[in-house]
Ligand binder design. Structure first.
Ligand SMILES: Cc1cc2nc3c(=O)[nH]c(=O)nc-3n(C[C@H](O)[C@H](O)[C@H](O)COP(=O)(O)O)c2cc1C
Length: 191
């Protein structure tokens, strides 16, 4: 059993939902997983009790939440010294256009490179269009973007693009490596 913390940044809620799912996968695998919305972080928080961390953030206008950038930058050393993973949530990864998908990867790369962290486990996850929760202006903006991307422009309903099976598989893989990491440490300890 490892103690894992998941920090997430969310603006409309989809990254929170994905983080919750990743926490559930970890708990089902026997780990102790804490979930923390990074915008509400206690300034005195400490990573000391944890063996591993997962960070997740969503993309708006080409960038992730600044509070996630600040958190990752501030903890880059700890993250680099411990098992860690990053997931980025956006819409363009669900696009049919390879250039849009490459851009989604580049935004995630930019996040990790700009904070000085090279997470060994990283993924870009398709998020959601939550028209029902947007202001009028946001709804119009997203409708225009969706017209180019997915064609899902009926603003009377929401659309979810998250591939939950892929998220589960990614999370399971990460949690499985924690067991391997511990076994390696035990072997080194014995040797
Ligand atoms: C105002 C706004 C701007 C967005 N900008 C981008 C963008 O630049 N690139 C992208 O791929 N997705 C963009 N998205 C889509 C979000 O990343 C997607 O809706 C995601 O699910 C949001 O996650 P959250 O609910 O956790 O904040 C944008 C969404 C909104 C509402």
């Amino acid at each position: 059993m490892s103690r894992v913390v998941i920090f997430y940044g969310t603006t409309e809620g989809q990254t929170a939902k994905i983080a919750q799912h990743i926490a559930d996968v970890g708990r089902n695998a026997g780990h102790q997983v804490d979930l923390q919305h990074a915008a509400e972080l206690d300034p005195d928080f400490s990573l000391a009790p944890y063996d591993a961390a997962i960070l997740g953030a969503s993309v708006h206008e080409g960038r992730h939440q600044q509070y996630m950038v600040d958190l990752a930058r501030g903890q880059a050393r700890w993250l680099s010294d411990h098992p860690s993973a990053f997931f980025s949530v956006c819409l363009s990864i669900a696009s049919d256009d390879p250039e849009e998908r490459a851009e989604a990867q580049a935004i995630a790369d930019h996040f990790t490179a700009s904070v000085g962290w090279a997470p060994p486990h990283r993924t870009v996850v398709a998020g959601a269009l939550r028209y029902s929760e947007y202001s009028w202006l946001k709804r119009m903006l997203m409708k225009r973007i969706a017209a180019k991307e997915s064609g899902d422009t009926d603003t009377s309903r929401d659309y979810e693009y998250t591939d939950w099976e892929a998220v589960t598989a990614w999370a399971k893989h990460f949690y499985a490596t924690l067991g391997e990491d511990r076994s390696r440490k035990q072997l080194v300890g014995r040797g």
